[in-house]
Design a binder for this molecule. Sequence first.
Ligand code: 5AD
Ligand code: SF4
Length: 457
Amino acid sequence: MNGNSEIISEIKAYYGEHRHTALVRSFGCQLNVSDGEKIKGLLSEMGFGFTEDENEADLIILNTCAVRESAEDRVFGIVGSMKKLKETKPSLIIGIAGCMTAQSHIAEKIKRSYPQVDIVLGTSAISGLPALLMDRLRGVRYGEDIAEYGDFSAAVPQIRESSFKASVPIMFGCNNFCTYCIVPYVRGRERSRRPEDIIAEVRELAAKGYKEIMLLGQNVNSYGSDLGGEMSFPQLLREINAIDGDFIVRFMSSHPKDASDELIDAIFECDKVAKHLHLPVQSGSSEVLRRMNRRYTAEKYLSIVDRIYERDPDFSLTTDIIVGFPDESDEDFQATIDLIKRVKYDNIYSFIYSKRSGTKAAEMPDGTSEEVKGQRMRELLEVQREISTEHYKRFIGRTMRVLADDVSKKKKGFLTGKSSEFIIVEFEGEPSLIGSFVDVEITGAMNWAVVGRRIES
Ligand code: 5AD
Ligand code: SF4
């Protein structure tokens, strides 16, 4: 199907009766996790079983993230520790995939300093994995396929991690070039998938009983801008909403500069679309936003929030914030604190700025010490904790429809799930409920979740 069938047969023949197993570890965002599921799909076609134990694996693939330096350091640490493993088991094949590989200085570093690595596979080269692997099995010492940015999605099979939650990439790459961000350099320009392919995939997932469909893209709001006006993101949401089945639709991420009234209308009008919007603000200071090349001001952002709250004052918003962007002043940081107090997010994902070589921000002077950045981060989290605790109280007394997704790690006999608003809900229940929707009457609020009582229907 993906032009690999001959090589796949060769790989199967190579391993013969030996039950060959692979370990695939994905880091970073959900798009990368989705790529990891495709890598697994291809490996499964090659006859691999899967293991979580690196001592057992014949093949280990680290599917990496490049958004922050800490993620890269972690991968180098893991690869370093695999040197010993490889010495004790020379037949072990180690591959590095994902966003790190697309940076030439990283690819060079791997080649130079980590001889235990056999294969390097770019984010758009996943379908090239069988060929690289076969070369390696034939004795070629090192294989690399960084490929041009393409759209491999349709042709590659996928092994999904969950039997009830599925992510569906709707586009690849990013055109925005926020000055701190490496993504446009490692994932290339925006490419939208064909609407009919996306719709067919969602239809199939719904028919299989999937309960949550997460549409993924670096900026889903610009979906279709390369399709000549054929379909916009709000239109796509409406088409997906019309598909038969009992499922909830989520999407990530939305760039505020492209968050249109049509999008807001679609969220409110489509019954399957979650009543939650993840709208990364990054900073509350218009000056910092300008230097970030975000192409909106704090005022413009707040006007979108106001439009949403006019429709529903209790609507759930979450965001991403970068603390300590180069030369962020005390006033800039205070503007971020003021903004989160004004918006009252249900949750924020905050990151200390990480310098990414090759980006514009990496060239900007930065006089703020790491200590000050750390203090700001602690303050931000503290303020948000208070906001969440207070804001979650609005759900007390209401009934939420919750997709039960796991047993609670904190309370015996309890399950956790997510409401349409993307709020974590804890309630008493049997594990057999995992993967289904339940109604929960909310009785209390904590700073990270709400608790409630299941209402039997
Ligand atoms: N440093 C810190 N955080 C970053 N992000 C992206 N690039 C960087 C960086 N260089 C954050 C942004 C983005 C989220 C996915 O990661 O907040 O929205
Ligand atoms: Fe990075 Fe900005 Fe694109 Fe998001 S929109 S992936 S932050 S460049």
